[in-house]
Design a protein around this ligand. Structure first.
Ligand code: ZN
Length: 506
């Protein structure tokens, strides 16, 4: 027999596709040709597979070898096809009877010594295999726990090509995935640790309940980071579908924590202000690495010292903020990843970063406006909630002797508010108030009575508030009503929302 076929899986974005790896061995000058849109890493597979086969004690077929990956139209990246290619070659040369691998999808990279190395993206690959009707997969041992998370599939791990050959030829043993970690990962930081900051906590709760982007503006020491890092702790946990999607993105980045569990908490990504555009949006050779915007998918993207970010980096956030997806263009075609996150900006009010109103700050009003102005345009326009924060005073610390409300209590109010909003917007495709376009809230059915919006309309008339700003206040007022269990917002809700929008403390 001089032909063999083995199954594997390739990824396009987060979606896996079954790939058939064919090997044909013909008489002629010894050579290896790879076809089926291989990228550079896949071309290097030729050399890795040859060394691995020889160093596993198998003989290399000295014939004219053609390896083809189907479907040919599917772009293929990375080194995850190595083990499948080796099996197809050994099968085609008659060295190995491949019957035990019938209907088995095989993933993994080979080292020159024949070791099977882990690859990125095993989780979404196994999901795709199961959806295609495959019930057995062989994966690198280091990826076995991750693969075993997927229901409906029998996972075996391999650490070397030698072990896989022994299994196919002599019924040797493959390795079992480790048992999932019985202890759930430790909880993240909790709001109970935040003393004082009434306005900051309220702003964060409203942001969580309505899915609003939020800006925390205040001098150093005002607790901006403390608050931002605790937003995930009051967001609803990820449901099954979201958990799978988020875990898949982290798997592709090679960042899925060990323990054999899906990520259930909304993720938090906090890129440094020196972050490059590729690290924010994704990129790299081979299988494109998701950037911070995709690792924050269904969670929180926190930009601390936001005004210090490179203008190009801030511009790069525009596309994901608009579409919830990010397109990574590279020389070998584009990859699209989901990137729908809740944005939290934190910034000093001025470039000197000294307490405002203090004699220490000598920034002119113009310098202050310019500084925050760097955020306008792409970002500040999309932010509903703006919370002014002041440094913690001694009085706050005394008041803080009574323990602050823990995240679990706030999360319960957020859950109830989100469920009220979801019911109201059922059938529209909007999940949270932040999704609802302004004009929709001005239409008859949802329009608030004139007496409740009088103050707001006056601000609009005097130019103190833009039309967009008006919509944002109304949208937030709905969230405040949802949090307080009212059917629709009243004048007080509009007033509170108005304060949070203008960034003035009450
Ligand atoms: Zn200053």
């Amino acid at each position: 027999m001089s032909y063999a076929r083995v199954l594997s899986v390739g990824l396009v974005g987060v979606t896996g596709h079954l790939v058939e790896v064919e090997a044909d061995l013909a008489a002629g000058l010894p050579a290896v040709a790879l076809s089926g849109l291989p990228d550079t890493a896949l071309n290097e597979a030729r050399d890795r597979v040859r060394a691995a086969i020889v160093n596993s004690g198998q003989s290399w077929p000295n014939r004219r070898i053609t390896v083809n990956l189907l479907p040919a139209t599917l772009p293929k990246h990375g080194s995850g096809f190595d083990v499948a290619i080796a099996c197809a070659l050994l099968g085609g040369s008659g060295e190995l009877p491949l019957a035990p691998l019938d209907g088995v999808a095989i993933l993994g990279e080979l080292g020159l010594d024949g070791a099977v190395r882990p690859v990125r993206g095993v989780l979404p690959m196994v999901v795709a295999a199961v959806r295609a009707g495959i019930t057995r997969v062989v994966v690198p041992l280091a990826n076995a726990a991750e693969a075993a998370v997927v229901p409906g599939v029998r996972v075996k791990g391999v650490d070397s090509l030698h072990r896989l050959v022994a299994f196919v030829r002599d019924g040797g043993r493959l390795l079992e995935p480790p048992e999932p970690d019985p202890v759930s990962p430790p909880a993240g930081p909790d709001l109970a640790e935040v003393a004082g900051q009434g306005l900051g906590r309220r702003g964060l709760e409203i942001a969580a309940a309505g899915g609003h982007h939020v800006a925390l503006i205040g001098p150093p020491g005002a607790g901006k980071t403390m608050l931002a890092e605790r937003l995930p702790s009051i967001l609803p946990p990820l449901d099954d579908e979201a958990a799978l999607e988020v875990s898949a993105l982290h798997s592709i980045a090679g960042l899925l924590p060990p323990g054999g569990r899906l990520l259930r908490r909304p993720p938090l990504q906090a890129p440094h202000h020196t972050a490059t555009v590729p690290s924010l949006v994704g990129g790299g050779s081979g299988l494109a690495r998701p950037g911070a915007v995709s690792l924050a998918h269904r969670g929180v993207l926190f930009l601390d010292e936001a005004a210090e970010f490179n203008v190009r980096a801030l511009e790069a956030l525009r596309q994901p903020l608009e579409s919830g997806r990010v397109l990574i263009t590279r020389s070998r075609g584009a990859t699209e990843y989901p990137a729908s996150f809740q944005l939290v900006l934190a910034s000093n009010p001025c470039p000197c970063a000294k307490p405002s109103g203090d004699l220490a700050c000598e920034c002119t009003p113009l310098a202050r406006r310019r500084y925050i102005g760097r955020l306008s345009g792409p970002l500040l326009d999309r932010i509903d909630v703006q919370v002014p924060l002041v440094p913690l005073r001694a009085a706050d610390l005394v008041a803080a002797a009574t323990p602050a409300e823990p995240s679990a209590v706030v999360a319960e109010r957020v859950r109830a508010a989100r469920s009220a909003a979801a019911q109201r917007w059922a059938g529209t495709g909007w999940r949270v108030n932040a999704d609802v376009p302004g004009p929709h809230l001005r239409r008859t059915r949802w329009r608030l009575p004139a007496r409740d919006t009088e103050q707001l309309r006056r601000s609009l008339d005097t130019g103190a508030l833009s039309a967009r700003g008006y919509d944002r206040v109304i949208r937030m007022a709905w969230t405040i009503a949802d949090l307080d269990g009212r059917d629709r917002p009243g004048a007080d809700d509009v007033a509170e929302a108005s304060q949070l929008r203008s960034g003035r403390s009450a």
